[in-house]
Design a binder for this molecule. Structure first.
Ligand code: ADP
Ligand code: ASP
Ligand code: MG
Length: 403
């Protein structure tokens, strides 16, 4: 079998942990499998590099950020390869460029356009274990190094698994699978044996960082057998992320996600004329800002209030964009003490009363809901950040997810 393995930041967080990863890889190789391992930067490394840049600038050039941030995973890939070589295993590290990962020009959130698997195939045929530096590629046009967005090593692994038609893509992290909610918040959370791509995609997009959302999207598209498991307990079976039809039992609610990385932008007393929303949201989209929840409330005198949420990381850019609408509104403000809690489940499609149960659960804890949005398989609510963990536990209880 050809296996693509991915080891996240904590799994390669120290020199000892890298040795532990080498042991996992050696065992899989000894069992007769071919291995491509994708690695993250050592934990905390990417944040440290971002802080270094922020020492000089609040809005550093994205091109330079990619040069800087891509270095973290290169360090780990070389170290792991050196460790394996020393123990008599043929291994070779590859940067994103060497692995043939080509992206568009959106520096710091580049999209993978194509993967040229020639180098990887040759190295495998020569008996090598390949260690790929995750989270990075090279732009098709400028031939410059690019990165894939935070948590992007998951995407590297899934994209390679899809392109090279690996038998499985195993994402090794510090928990042994996908739980009904973050087990660090709710110790009663239960591990799922399987979860559908769609539910996992929602959970990941709504804040469960155990898998990066774009990697799940790609896994679904390319039909990759995706497994989430732990490098700390590699003997324990993880969670399989698979097609909905492969899952027999479909609970109404499968999981709860929490996102603390959103901020709320409020525009008050906006002149209520046709085209105003389009103008604002087009400007934000042009600045590559991902607007999430939007509510418009009717005010008096032909004026309206507009509230929406954006990722915290886009705050500075958003302020710049919004400055051009100063004249359009009486006031624009930003609230960064909010968070988003969401419940996700494919079973919601065919059940009623799911939403009211969530609202009651929060009401019982005296938690005020600011914004609500729903889709076929999810309900999201914006609340005060200080109630985040309480809300997650209350919802987990309300749907009996520990049972
Ligand atoms: P890595 O560094 O390996 O990429 P991450 O820190 O990105 O790991 O993701 C793993 C973390 O995701 C876990 O430590 C856990 O706290 C968190 N997490 C959030 N939601 C879930 C969930 N539903 N199931 C499991 N882990 C979750
Ligand atoms: N090192 C990058 C990050 O911290 C990518 C990754 O770990 O997946 O976001
Ligand atoms: Mg991660």
């Amino acid at each position: 079998m050809l296996k693509v393995l991915k080891f996240g930041g904590t799994s390669v967080g120290t020199l000892e942990r890298i040795q532990n990863v080498a042991e996992i890889i050696k065992k899989i190789k000894d069992d007769g499998h071919d291995v491509i391992a994708v690695v993250s930067a050592m934990s905390g490394e990417t944040n440290k590099l971002i802080e270094y840049a922020e020492h000089y600038s609040k809005t550093p050039s994205e091109r330079e950020m990619d040069m800087l941030l891509s270095s973290g995973e290169r360090v780990t890939s070389a170290l792991l390869s050196i460790a394996l070589n020393e123990q008599g295993y043929k291994a070779t590290s590859m940067s994103g460029r060497e692995a043939g990962i080509y992206t568009n020009n959106s520096h710091t959130k580049a999209r993978i356009e194509e993967i040229d698997t020639t180098n990887m195939k040759n190295a495998i045929n020569e008996g090598n274990i390949i260690i790929v530096a995750g989270f990075q590629g090279v732009t098709l046009e400028g031939h410059r190094v690019s990165t894939l967005g935070r948590g992007g090593s998951d995407l590297t692994a899934v994209a390679i698994a899809g392109a090279i038609q690996a038998d499985v893509c195993e994402i090794y992290t510090d928990v042994d699978g996908i739980y009904t909610t973050d087990p660090r918040i709710e110790p009663k959370a239960k591990k799922l044996e399987k979860i559908s791509y769609d539910e996992m995609l929602e959970l990941a997009s709504l804040g469960a960082k155990v898998l990066q959302n774009r990697s799940v999207e790609m896994a679904k598209k390319l039909n990759v057998n995706l497994v989430s498991r732990s490098s700390f307990t590699p003997e324990v079976e993880g969670t399989l992320i698979t097609k909905e039809e492969n899952i027999m039992e479909k609970p109404v609610v499968s999981g709860i996600a929490l996102d603390k990385n959103q901020i709320r932008v409020g525009m008050y007393g906006v002149i209520d004329r046709p085209g105003i929303a389009s103008t604002i949201f087009t400007a934000l989209a042009d600045a590559n800002i991902n607007v999430d929840m939007i509510v418009q409330t009717r005010g008096a005198d032909g004026k309206t209030d507009l509230d929406f949420t954006i990722p915290r990381t886009d705050w500075e850019v958003c302020k710049k964009v919004m400055s051009q609408f100063k004249e359009e509104a009486e006031k624009i403000d930003y609230n960064d003490t909010i968070c988003k809690v969401s419940i996700v489940g494919v079973g919601m499609k065919s059940h009623t009363g799911v939403a009211s149960k969530a609202f009651s659960a929060l009401a019982n804890e005296n938690i005020n809901i600011r914004i609500i949005s729903t889709s076929e398989i999810k309900i999201s609510m914006i609340i005060e950040e200080k109630y985040a963990e309480l809300a997650v536990r209350a919802l987990h209880d309300a749907y009996d997810l520990d049972k």
